[in-house]
Design a protein around this ligand. Structure first.
Ligand code: TYD
Length: 147
């Protein structure tokens, strides 16, 4: 039986990916397509917007999903947790994406007014892929704390 990614996930595997940026005097343009530096096939795209001040999003991990998160407008923070280490990223550039690998708990907070969060995802929506309970997440990552 293959091990669930939670057993081996590391926040160190999550990092900023630079997207291409076409700079023009009349505005900039960033393209994301299949042969881009994103290490997964994009099956789904969604975006978060109209986020009230002080709110947070996320609060879950995934068994199989890879994601790239981009601050299309404004800024917000993404706090990543692999069960041992936590790392906070501030996203505020529409030409930079944060890669999140499977098995990482994430919370998005500190949204600036009017910010928009674009999420590119490797799988279609599947509630069964979510771990929404932090105690369950800790159980799935328990092996890392006994190594
Ligand atoms: P969720 O992934 O928990 O949002 P976030 O991580 O941004 O806080 O999803 C919130 C709700 O939206 C949840 O009831 C499921 C639904 N949803 C879909 O129906 N399809 C999707 O692709 C996503 C991402 C969410």
């Amino acid at each position: 039986m293959t091990q669930d990614p939670h057993a081996n996930s590391r926040v160190e595997a999550c990092h900023i990916i630079e997207l291409d940026k076409h700079h023009h005097a009349n505005g900039n343009l960033t393209v994301v397509e299949d042969n881009s530096p994103i290490p997964f096939k994009i099956r789904r795209t969604y975006y978060l917007y109209d986020i009230p001040g002080g709110e947070s999003r996320g609060g879950h991990s995934h068994h199989n999903l890879y994601q790239l998160i981009v601050a299309i407008s404004g800024s917000f923070d993404v706090v990543l947790d692999d069960g041992v280490h936590q790392r906070r990223f501030t996203l505020n550039r529409p030409y930079q994406g944060l890669l999140i690998v499977p098995g990482i708990w994430r919370v998005l907070d500190n949204f600036s007014s009017g910010s928009v969060c674009l999420c590119l995802a490797s799988e279609h929506y599947d509630e069964k892929d979510y771990v929404r309970d932090y105690e369950t997440f800790l159980t799935l990552t328990a092996n890392k704390r006994t190594e």
